[in-house]
Design a protein around this ligand. Structure first.
Ligand code: SF4
Length: 378
């Protein structure tokens, strides 16, 4: 098992001041970064707290009772989040993902969803609002989320075996309660729920086939995520990564798969459908997804920005520093000035960490302290 490290430097404090450029940057939906990538997807972390302690994200040794979580007044309020979302949408964002920590821990999150649900895209379409949860509170919240206007759900579940899952979440939380949350969400009408499983070689890879068998034909899309070197505390090692190619082959050997086209530009998952007797995709049996940030980087069309719990704009999951938008929002800057600031930041973006990592020898660390995933959302 890899060594955990206790960070000495609080990455959350490091932020660029978000400058208002002299040259106004209008919101025309055509914003592109230095690699020509548009801004289409905004992930909003609504809390840095979680009731799980998954070692690949919030290792217990670091995120313990003495960890300094953000005080309430540091968090963006619902009104500030809605304002920021509206401005990002003006720049071309079409999809909002609410994350955390565990977003269902944020009190009255359904009120925020309701505020976001009235925002339309630049061409008058409803926004695609989705949320990633560990499922622990879903059985209580499913109806409220649905009524508030949430469109889609992603549930993190790293195994079906109770002992393995409890080891992964490191708080002894039972699988049955997460499965009950997924059923509750389906019962209130959430369609095409996604389940994300982080695969760590030697820890939960024996759960790959049981998970595939369990969710096949249920309308739930199971996605396997390669274990990533996010943040600075999970002690990541390359030999604990099980490449997606091997995951696909393991499943295909028992449950034949057929590759499917990606569903949208910037889609992170490679799609594989369960094949029917005719060798074609049997839609009733559904599909799986492979998210391969380590072995098949997908930075080329990455159109995702991240807003931290306290209002910093991050341009990559593996970023080392954010841009402080909260000061502009709370400093009374006009919408146009904040729009220009966001535009200016995105235009200078050149992030492609996974691509660069894949060009470096395995286990090479860039040495830079990356921001924690629990602070900016997965
Ligand atoms: S590593 Fe960064 S740039 Fe590449 S896909 Fe992930 S978030 Fe996007």
């Amino acid at each position: 098992m890899s060594e955990r490290v206790i960070p000495l430097f609080d990455q959350r404090l490091a932020a660029f001041k978000a400058d208002i450029p002299a040259q106004k940057i209008a919101a025309n939906g055509l914003l592109a970064d230095t690699l020509g990538r548009p801004l289409r997807d905004l992930r909003i972390s609504v809390t840095d707290r979680c009731n799980f302690r998954c070692a690949y994200c919030m290792p217990k040794e670091v995120f313990d009772k003495d960890y300094a979580y953000l005080p309430q007044n540091a968090l963006l309020s619902f009104e500030e989040i809605a304002l920021a979302a509206r401005l990002f949408v003006a720049h071309g964002v079409r999809k909002l993902r609410l994350t955390g920590g565990e977003p269902l821990l944020r009190k009255n999150i359904e009120v925020l969803i309701n505020m976001l649900a009235v925002i339309e895209t630049r061409d008058g379409e409803p926004l695609d609002i989705t949320l990633t949860t560990n499922g622990s509170l879903l059985h209580k919240k499913a109806q409220l989320l649905k009524d508030a206007g949430l469109k889609r759900l992603t549930v993190s579940l790293d195994g079906l075996d109770d002992a393995v899952f409890k080891k992964m979440n490191d708080v002894g939380y039972p699988v049955a309660d997460v499965l009950a949350g997924i059923e509750a969400a389906q019962a209130v009408g959430f369609q095409s729920i996604k389940v994300n499983m982080v695969v760590q070689r030697g820890t939960n890879d024996a759960q790959i086939l049981p998970m595939a068998r369990h969710f096949k034909g249920t309308g739930v899309t199971l996605r396997f995520i390669e274990y990533m070197d996010v943040g600075a505390t999970n002690g990541w090692r390359m030999d604990e990564v099980l490449p997606s190619r091997e995951v696909m082959q393991l499943i295909h050997a028992e449950l034949p798969l057929i590759q499917l086209d990606t569903s949208a530009p910037g889609e992170t998952a490679e799609r594989w459908g369960y094949a029917g007797a005719d060798g074609k995709h049997d839609k009733a049996q559904g599909e799986i997804g492979l998210i391969s940030s380590v072995t098949q980087a997908f930075c080329g069309d990455c159109n995702r920005a991240r807003l931290s719990t306290d209002g910093k704009l991050y341009l990559c999951l593996f970023a080392t520093q954010g841009h402080d938008l909260r000061s502009l929002i709370r400093g009374g800057a006009s919408d146009d000035d904040i729009l220009s600031a966001i535009g200016h930041i995105w235009q200078k973006r050149d992030d492609r960490y996974s691509q660069l990592r894949s060009e470096m020898p395995a286990d090479t660390s860039t040495g830079a302290r990356k921001v924690e995933m629990s602070y900016i959302g997965g």
